[in-house]
Design a protein around this ligand. Structure first.
Ligand SMILES: *Cc1c(COP(=O)(O)O)cnc(C)c1O
Length: 452
């Protein structure tokens, strides 16, 4: 991107100026269309998601066997939802704003195996690759009980194949642990922001971890390079993979059953707002695609990014998508929210989903820490910083600044009183105790400094 064009974006667009100044900001896209119109943009269908769901069902007996913690739920990797009324009250007080409706969390932080949203897409893509190879070799048929994959013979077969991925941490954890369990020879290219405990944990599973001194984009490029030179190596492409995307989308149909079981109504008069922390976009994009298929126009999806890494907001707002990075605008992509430390958005999510995502906002690291401590204080739930990005979403859309958005969507006071707000809590249950203690200490300090 040339300096001239950057200057042009800066001059004519106060929103871009705010992003560059690292201010918390929000943008609600006036080009959003009804699901019936815009779902066609995605190029993937309800049947594709059903196919993924069926494949995960076939693998369930295997998952239950190799990850015994999933046995009670039949080997299905899923997380609970939880209402957080005390947190809602505390946020209302913190922002000095009445917050009608009900705030819930989706606890992907507590997903088994890797403790983050990446246990959805990441694990799915590895399973799909394993199934393809085993079917082609005649080691497996789709009618089999897949727990037979837990054998030395099968592991020796997979050992001939390599898997590579670039990651800020959590994707590497999911792909690494799942691949190594199946028997694959797996390499994770970690960006500089990846936490040491994640690298240590992977190495203890026999995963090769390559540490890069630069950010996520470079880690991905290196992984891609490794795979290009090796026909037995499958590269998991977080920037472009539709398989990952579909793995995330399965969450929505399951969420539909969970909200129904909880007695929560979702329809035009009872809207559902879902706040999704966004890095490269595959996770939130895939979940949002599934949500639109499951709930249509009754669901409103909003993406949340760190003030230092607003790659999706910038890409969609400018229409330049993956042609630009936040660094092109002088934004450093340095954030404590390591799962969201991505400077350039996915090559397809922003384009495919832009007419289905209501809006985007940014949040400072300090606010993520403050909310991290507040959530632990109010509800006893411990999350990693990235996972807090969606929590203030309820206050963002209800703030006086967003009157135009609410009017455009014809959200009446009555509908807002009946609304459900779901913040996707994307990670944190596997953070080691000493690391969590440090997060909480930072959070309490941030809370103290900003108390009203
Ligand atoms: C990866 C990640 C996200 C965002 O997912 P993307 O696919 O990168 O957009 C959000 N939260 C956590 C904790 C993550 O690890």
């Amino acid at each position: 991107m040339s300096i001239v064009s950057i200057d042009r974006w800066l001059e004519g667009h106060p929103l871009v100026q705010e992003l560059v100044a690292l201010k918390e900001t929000a943008w609600f896209n006036p080009a959003v269309q009804p699901a019936a119109v815009a779902l066609a943009d995605v190029g993937l269908t309800r049947e594709d998601v059903a196919d993924v769901s069926a494949r995960l069902g076939r693998f369930a007996p295997y998952i239950a066997r190799v990850f015994p913690q999933t046995e009670p739920v039949g080997g299905i990797i899923e997380s609970p939802i939880q209402a957080v009324p005390r947190m809602q009250e505390a946020i209302s007080t913190r922002y000095g704003l009445p917050l009608p409706g009900q705030l819930w969390l989706k606890l992907d932080s507590h997903l088994p195996i890797s403790g983050s949203i990446k246990a959805r897409g990441g694990i799915y893509e590895v399973l799909k690759h394993a199934e393809d190879l085993a079917l082609a070799e005649g080691l497996l048929s789709t009618d089999d009980d897949y727990s037979k994959l837990d054998s030395d013979e099968v592991r020796a077969f997979f050992r001939q194949y390599r898997i590579a991925v670039g990651s800020t941490g959590n994707l590497g954890m999911s792909i690494g642990i799942m691949s190594a369990t199946l028997g694959f020879d797996v390499t994770v290219h970690m960006s500089a922001d990846a936490r040491q405990w994640k690298k240590d944990k992977l190495r203890s599973h026999g995963v090769t971890v390559v540490e890069h001194a630069s950010d996520y984009s470079v880690a991905v490029t290196e992984g891609r390079k490794q795979a290009e030179q090796d026909s037995a190596c499958h590269f998991i492409d977080d920037e472009n993979s539709t398989s990952l995307f579909l793995g995330y989308a399965v969450a929505a149909g399951r969420l539909k059953s969970q909200v129904a079981d909880a007695g929560v109504v979702v329809d035009a008069e009872h809207p559902l707002f879902v706040y999704l922390p966004c890095g490269v976009g595959g996770g939130p994009g895939g979940v949002a695609f599934g949500l639109k298929l499951a709930f249509g126009d009754a669901v409103h999806c909003i993406f949340a990014e760190p003030t230092h890494s607003p790659c999706m907001l910038l890409g969609v707002y400018t229409g330049l998508h993956d042609e630009i990075s936040v660094q092109d605008f002088g934004i450093d992509n340095i954030t404590a929210a390591d799962g969201l430390a991505v400077g350039r958005p996915s090559g397809f999510v922003g384009k495919a989903m832009q007419r289905l995502i209501d809006g985007y906002y940014t949040i400072s690291d300090e606010e993520m820490y403050a909310l991290l401590a507040l959530l632990e204080q109010q509800e006893g739930i411990r999350l990693e910083p990235s996972a807090l990005a969606g929590v203030p979403g309820i206050a963002r859309i209800l703030s006086a600044d967003q009157e135009a958005y609410r009017q455009r969507l014809q959200l009446s006071a009555e509908a807002l009183a009946n609304a459900t707000h779901l913040a996707w809590a994307t990670g944190g249950s596997m953070v080691p105790d000493d690391e969590m203690a440090a997060y909480l200490a930072k959070g309490r300090a941030a809370l103290g400094e900003t108390a009203q």
